[in-house]
Design a protein around this ligand. Sequence first.
Ligand code: ADP
Ligand code: ZN
Length: 517
Amino acid sequence: MTNPQTVLKETFGYTNFRPGQEEVIKKVLNGENVLAVMPTGAGKSICYQVPALINEGVTLVISPLISLMKDQIDSLHQNGIEAAALNSTTPQKEVNPILRQAYEGKIKLLYLTPERLAMDYFRYQLNFLDISLVAVDEAHCISQWGHDFRPAYRQILEGINSLRQRPNILALTATATPNVQADIAKQLDIPQQNFVITSFARPNLSFQLVNSPKNTDMYIYNYINAHQEEPGIIYTNTRKKVEALTDFLCKKGIKAVSYHGGMNNKERSRVQDDFQFDRTQVIVATNAFGMGIDKSNVRFVVHANSSSNIESYYQEAGRAGRDGSACEAVMLYHPGDSATYRWFIDQSEAEDEYKKTQYSKLAVITQYANTEDCLQQFIVRYFGQDCPPCGKCSNCLDQRKLEDVTTQAKKVIAMVYELDGRFGKSVVAQAVTGSKSQRMKEIGAQMLEHYGSLKLPQTEVNSLINYLITKDLLETTNDQYPLVRVTNSGWDVLDGKLQVFRRSQGKIVAHREFDQQ
Ligand code: ADP
Ligand code: ZN
């Protein structure tokens, strides 16, 4: 049998395996089912491409996106490897010739969408092939707990089981919480000892969080100006905002282009090339941009709005610094962001159970935006690992003094208790600040003991509520209109057993420089 190291060197031109790759490849060549969880850019493809070349027969790669397949196949061809794809864009008359080539051993990797594998006749045709391995890329799509559920992924195991000869399975993903890992394993029959999980931490990436910038466009302009000549990606959440921001930046003399799902393929690949080959400095995009892009020297990823979940955020932010050099991931958070995403979720046609999961993911990103702990650590813990504070994110570098806010916190928590967990954040904030709104009259808030007990602007109280949620002193339900409740630790605060500290609420100094008009 050819040695994996030799294949890596002679076919791909790399001297050493990256963390996790060799372990995955060994297990795969041993005929075991494996789950590989590695961050974006870690080199997951090599984990099945090397075995594909060593094994007899053909490797099937299940992949969710046609554009992703195309990029992979192009790069395999460049390395002199025969590969092909079968998806909804493949003309019917090309299907049989491709299968024949695979049958004759001329194609080593065959990329498929999960929908294709679900087709009965296609399953029957696959029986003529000698299939050594099924690689399931973006395996989190199999799980309802994930952020990108794709129903056809659920039928993959059934498809594999229907084959006369059962190949082994390699599931790969960059973003799987322990919940999602367990779900993937259950559905693809992967034993726990075959989980290969490399560190989620990205030591060359420094995370920055900017809460409520005065003027988002100006902030981004100043930021880019301070990073001249450095390629970067700006993500925002609607096509309209993408175009408006590109316009704004171009008028100010920045080389920026737009990228979103409303553009045709030709425009999109032109823009992608411009960015790839440094003809433009900045690409302003919706989340349609990114899968399959392989630009290693992206120096910053700025999110003009928060994301809808940590998985997507980390995947997008992780497109910076694939070359291993220092880079930044900046998230600009506005209190209204959550409401926008809540609306997106509510409008979607997903099942209620799935929506609930998405609401709870949204709650976590709000916590991320309000935490005072290390941002890298927050993310790594979310994925079920741990790491020491990074020492360079905006929270680690935050020099503001800690203040005792126990008195204010008590008033807010007491108000939540008095409202009996039946209302959302904004009612709590109005009640505790003594708002005279109609809503307060409707619910008789004036009768409550802590009505008007906190003499602070409502926006500050909103931010304090978010902070208390981050600290697990309050919690919210996973609904379209989340209700706020008191947690056990919240009770400890009311009982005087726990104090609450928070950084003094001036702006973080390091961000001032970009926040000027
Ligand atoms: P992922 O799918 O994990 O996001 P890719 O498989 O696209 O990552 O790999 C990211 C980049 O790293 C690619 O350009 C790939 O060629 C490169 N790469 C993968 N493995 C190695 C290695 N062992 N040494 C050097 N470069 C590698
Ligand atoms: Zn940190």
